[in-house]
Structure formats: C-alpha cells, structure tokens
Design a protein around this ligand. Structure first.
Ligand code: PLP
Length: 336
C-alpha cells in the first residue's frame, strides 16, 4: 500500500528496531529507566529547555502542558483549527476544567495579534482568567514566520500570558526554513514535539518546559494513566527519531513540492502552491469528480488517501518518488 493519509503511518527504521531490542531499561515511574532519562536530558538540551518529559502521544503532551499552565477556570487562546482545540476530544475542558478561546486562523495558519489581544479577558469576575496562548507550527503543513513568533511572544509576555507551542511537526518547520528546532522553540515557555510522525518513532512525544512545569506535568501524566514502566524500549527509538530522522524530512518536502506541481497540472484539481511549505499537499477537487468514488478506486489500486472534498496528501519516509509517480499515473487514468 502507498499511504498518503498521514506521516503517523511511518514504521520504525532498522536502527530503531535494533536500538529497541538492545535498550537498557528500568522502571520509569521510579525514575529508573536510563534510556528514558537520556532521551529527556538530550531533548531538553537540544531544544533549549531545562526539563523534558516523554509522553505516550502528542495529545497527551498538549493536555499536560495545558493542565500544567492553567488551573480550573482558566482559559487558553488557540486557533479554531488548532489540534489541541479541534482534534483532542475537548480534553482540556473535560479533564482540566480549562476553557478554550478559539480564534480564527488566517490563511497562513497564524492568529492575528489584534485578535489575540482583543480576546484577553480583563480581571473581572464575569470572565475566565486568560493564562495561555497556544500556537501550532507547522499548522496544516504551513510554517509560521520567525518574526511572527517573536511578536507573539512579546505580546504574551506583555499581558502576563505563558506561551505554548504545539510543535507536533516543529522539525518540519525547522528543516523547511533551514534553521535549528531550537531557533523556533526559543520563543515558547513549553513545546510538545511528536516523534512518531515524520520522525518515524513507533510511539511517543516530548514535552519541554522549565523544571517546575515539567514536575507538574509528570504528576498529571501519572494521574492520567500515562506513567510507563520499562519505557526505555520505546524511548530508544525516540532518541533516534531526534538524532537520525530530522534532516531526512527535506526529502518529504521535496516530494511534496513535486506532487503538488504534478497535481496542479491536472484540470480536476486546484492546488495553492504557496501553501505547500513542508510535507503536506492539499488539492481541492473541482467540478463533477466524485471524491468518495475516487478514494475507493485508488484504494483498489493500493493507494490510501483521506476522504474529503479537499484531498490531503501527507508525504513521509514510506512514500518514495516512484510511489508518487505511480499515484499520478493512476490518478490520471482514473479521472479520464
Ligand atoms: C498529530 C498531532 C498531535 C497529536 O499527536 P498524537 O500523537 O497523534 O496524539 C498534536 N498536534 C498536532 C498539530 C498534530 O498534528
């Protein structure tokens, strides 16, 4: 199967498999797993923080960040399209008693600074207390400009807010700009990073923050059932996600650009090439073409895509240039 549904479908590399088989382990709830400890120390160091926590998923890392920054009755500002608003089951509200205040995402994925400013509640008993601004980079495959991050950080600081980054794909944002991940994470009080997407680890995310925040997050993680025991088995693969897989993302970006160009030349599709900045391609389906039928027909040819009026195609290590060529040829013959 050629799987364009998500970069989460990537399988662990050979070196990950062997590192997992040979990982030194201990009970991580006791703080005894040397491989988890090494992963957390390395992540904190590389990404410019004083502490880090290995979590079961990106959803868990985001939830722990929200619950550690905010108390019951507090509020976080985020995008309407933010993963930690729209795609995490309302966890912050359900489990944290934290109110989301979603704001409209602009076409480039950003939130207008004036919208953020206008949404910050005054200190008044009628309102939830605004504590946190949460951004996402990349968002829908788009990169938030570094100058925007700097302005958002200043705005948050001036209003006494903390600032969190859902950096599930921050490695794509860094590689896409030819900068270090730490150049992006420097603007934030906390950051979550998915190691199980384009970076190919089988499981896990990292949450970064100061020691006080990470201590709180560790407590919440245990309460949520996320205290893992011999987690070094998966942390061993997670280490290699960081040390061996980051630069390789450039291939996915080149493949995305190639795919977007090919699709743009097919009449039935509309692709805004300016929005193809990392590993995602969105192709609007025009005219009479029935997407559901197309998706079913593609599946019969061994190609998986997410069903929607806009095709979302995600590039990753397990999709090669030849796979893309096969997809384009197949697509052209199907829509004829
Ligand atoms: C995938 C994703 C997450 C959540 O990660 P899971 O490991 O799937 O829980 C969070 N934020 C963004 C932007 C994501 O793409």
């Amino acid at each position: 199967m050629i799987d364009f549904r998500s970069d989460t479908v990537t399988r662990p590399t050979k070196s990950m498999r062997s590192a997992m088989a040979n990982a030194e382990v201990g009970d991580d709830v006791y703080g005894d797993d040397p491989t988890v400890n090494a992963l957390e120390a390395m992540s904190a160091e590389r990404f410019g923080f004083d502490a880090a926590l290995f979590t079961a998923s990106g959803t868990q890392a985001n939830l722990l960040a929200l619950m550690s920054h905010c108390e019951r009755g507090d509020e976080y500002l985020c995008g309407q399209q933010a993963h930690n608003y729209k795609f995490e089951g309302g966890g912050a509200a359900v489990l944290g008693s934290i109110q989301p205040q979603p704001l409209m995402n602009q076409a480039d994925g950003s939130l207008l600074l004036s919208d953020i400013e206008a949404a910050i509640k005054p200190d008044d008993v009628h309102f939830a207390q605004t504590r946190l601004l949460s951004l996402e980079n990349t968002i829908g495959g788009k990169i938030l400009p570094q100058s925007y991050l700097a302005s958002a950080q200043t705005l948050a600081f001036n209003h006494g807010l903390k600032i969190h980054l859902d950096g599930a794909r921050v490695a794509n944002a860094a590689v896409g700009q030819g900068i270090e991940i730490s150049d992006i994470t420097q603007y934030f009080d906390s950051v979550s990073i998915c190691l199980s997407k384009g970076l190919c680890a089988p499981v896990g995310s990292i949450l970064l923050g100061d020691p006080f925040l990470i201590k709180k997050a560790r407590r919440w993680r245990k309460m949520l059932g996320g205290g893992m025991r011999q987690a070094g088995i998966i942390a061993a693969a997670a280490q290699l996600a960081i040390t061996e897989q980051v630069e390789r993302l450039a291939e996915d970006h080149e493949n995305a650009a190639y795919l977007a160009n090919e699709l743009a030349q097919i009449e039935a599709f509309e692709v805004d090439l300016s929005l193809v900045q990392t590993n995602m391609v969105f192709a609007k389906v025009l005219g009479e073409l029935d997407v559901n039928t197309l998706v079913t027909q593609l599946k019969e040819k061994g190609i998986l895509v997410t069903e929607n009026t806009t095709l979302r195609l995600v590039l990753h290590r397990d999709v090669s240039r030849n796979d893309i060529k096969f997809f384009i040829t197949t697509l052209k013959s199907l829509i004829k």
